[in-house]
Design a protein around this ligand. Structure first.
Ligand SMILES: Nc1ncnc2c1ncn2[C@@H]1O[C@H](COP(=O)(O)OP(=O)(O)OP(=O)(O)O)[C@@H](O)[C@H]1O
Ligand SMILES: [Mg+2]
Ligand SMILES: [Zn+2]
Length: 513
């Protein structure tokens, strides 16, 4: 007898419906699985066989054929265990009633019949919400994934613990309450998690101001200075002044973590802005995404948060080059044999660097020991096109010992964060109808409409470009920084003063021009 069971397959961040056709007919016992399964799906046969037996059901000594349709779609991971098991139980008369036909199933079976969590359930729930079936179907998921499925309003997510549990539910013998999570309520109670506070950073007023602008508009930053000047400390403090995530941002970021398999029972949701600090030895695949079983990389995991590249010059040149496209597009296309997926990569880049290999170039108290050729080679790594995309370039001079000992720390992060949050609210009022959250995200075609510059500002820009030879790519970026400076000030207009401050933050472009 043939049973057709509904399931979902992940394709990037989206999920698509899959029909799991299970046919059990007389003949020599065998178990075939077709329809473009990957290795984990093929192993499903052994898990399903053992789980069915150990859960107290009969595994038929017959000819079993399972087809995952449509065949063109690559099927990955262990999530098809559950629909396959349901299909076998239904086609052998071990599952009574019709309810199973009103469900989508996704979950991994363990050998004793328990149901294990799988990656990507939030994406599945999200995609199902937009399908016709969402209204009159249940989404049956592992209990460990219940929370993430319950975040999506408009679907009925049923969490199940074991195969016995599931059969009891499907036969109407046990009631399982669909999970519904009140995201708004959770968001209201999120505490700020931060280890470093700006009040502990002495001096460095220019760098702090620039980081406040970066946080307010979501702009990219490079901190350049000699060893021990506090670059790493400043960058790591940034997280303490970033505004809280918006509820929509929480769901969008959590979907990425769900697909990457990083949501856990303890942390079922991403509530804090991500701060990703990959090591400089990291591979292109781990930073950009991809690999044999493509997964979102660090740039996607940093979405709506920070990608921190400490000692940026130490990173491999091909990694730095690969960042250029995502920095422009705010998404990344990961290509593989069967398909290519688009993942968001909407992050703030925060990088640090020494000015030269020895670190002391331009330091009044230390002699730089590098040859001009060494300095040139070092800086060449920060090629023009990458530098263009770094909106705020800041020099972080070393504090003198006296300064370090005397000067009190400055304003506390909580107060700076208030200003940043207020500036983001202003932006959101302007940007929300375009699906944007902050100035850095504004695409080129919306610039004239969203960031008109007053005549005096335009004049200043023109003369700065003529004198300093910025690239055209820098043009819009400078205006966006000016927009954020105006937002911090509570101004709707972009004046020449805002442009003048924005121009100051491109010191490297000038130094290397
Ligand atoms: N402005 C500052 N205020 C308070 N402490 C500071 C400041 N600058 C540096 N320090 C102290 O010096 C230590 C080193 O700073 P940090 O590691 O941030 O320097 P760095 O610029 O990243 O140096 P490197 O180039 O060697 O990585 C910090 O842990 C901190 O204790
Ligand atoms: Mg450092
Ligand atoms: Zn040097």
């Amino acid at each position: 007898m043939l049973a057709v069971v509904k399931s979902l397959a992940l394709a990037g961040l989206e999920a698509q419906p899959v029909q799991v056709e299970v046919d059990v007919s007389p003949g020599l016992p065998c178990f075939d699985l077709v329809g473009l399964p990957d290795a984990a799906v093929r192993e499903s046969k052994e898990r399903v066989r053992t789980a069915i037996k150990n859960a107290g059901f009969d595994f038929p000594a017959k000819r079993i054929t399972v087809n995952l349709a449509p065949a063109v779609l690559k099927k990955e991971g262990p999530g098809f265990d559950l629909p396959i098991a349901v299909g076998i139980l239904a086609s052998t008369g071990q599952l009574q009633g019709e309810r199973w036909q009103q469900c989508f199933f996704a979950g991994e079976l363990s050998l004793n019949g328990d149901i294990r969590s799988i990656p990507g359930v939030l994406s599945m729930a999200w995609s199902l919400k937009n399908m016709e079936e969402a209204g009159d179907h249940w989404l049956v998921v592992p209990e460990g994934n219940g929370f993430e499925a319950g975040l999506v309003a408009g679907i009925q997510a049923v969490p199940v613990k074991s195969l016995q549990d599931l059969v009891a539910f499907l036969q109407g013998e046990r009631h399982i309450e669909p999970v519904a999570v009140d995201l708004e309520k959770i968001v209201r109670t999120v505490p700020v998690e931060s280890t470093l506070d700006f009040s502990r950073v002495r001096g460095q007023h220019a760098a702090k101001r620039a980081l406040e602008i970066a946080a307010a508009g979501g702009h990219n930053v490079l901190l350049m200075g000699p060893p021990g000047s506090g670059k790493t400390m400043l960058a790591r403090s940034l997280i303490s002044i970033l505004p809280p995530l918006e509820p929509d941002e929480i769901l969008a970021v959590s979907r990425i973590y769900s697909v990457a398999g990083l949501l856990t029972r303890e942390q079922p949701l991403v509530l804090q802005r991500p701060f990703r600090a990959p090591h400089h030895t990291a591979s292109t695949a781990s930073i950009i995404g991809g690999g044999k079983n493509p997964k979102p990389g660090e740039i996607s995991l940093a979405t709506y948060g920070v990608l921190f590249l400490d000692e940026m010059m130490e990173f491999r040149k091909d990694v730095l080059e690969a960042l250029r496209q995502p920095l422009e597009d705010r998404q990344v296309t990961v290509t593989r044999v069967q398909a290519s997926y688009v993942y968001p990569a909407d992050f703030m880049l925060v990088a640090t660097s020494n000015p030269c290999p020895c670190g002391f170039l331009g330091d009044p108290e230390h002699q730089c020991t590098c040859t001009p050729y060494q300095v040139q080679k070092y800086r060449h790594k920060l090629s023009g096109p990458l530098l263009d995309r770094i909106d705020l370039q800041i020099e972080v001079p070393r504090l003198t010992l006296a300064e370090l000992q005397q000067e009190e720390g400055g304003e506390a992060s909580a107060r700076i964060r208030q200003r940043v949050t207020e500036a983001r609210r202003r932006q959101l009022r302007r940007l929300k109808r375009f699906g944007l959250y902050c100035n850095a995200q504004i695409p080129g075609n919306l610039m004239p409409q969203l960031c008109p510059v007053e005549p005096a500002g335009l004049k200043l820009l023109a003369s700065a470009f003529a004198k300093l030879g910025f690239s055209m790519r820098a043009y819009d970026r400078i205006i966006k920084i000016a927009r954020t400076i105006a937002d911090l000030e509570g101004s709707d207009r972009i004046t020449d003063l805002h442009i003048a401050e924005a121009l100051q933050y491109r010191f490297l472009d000038r130094a290397y021009a």
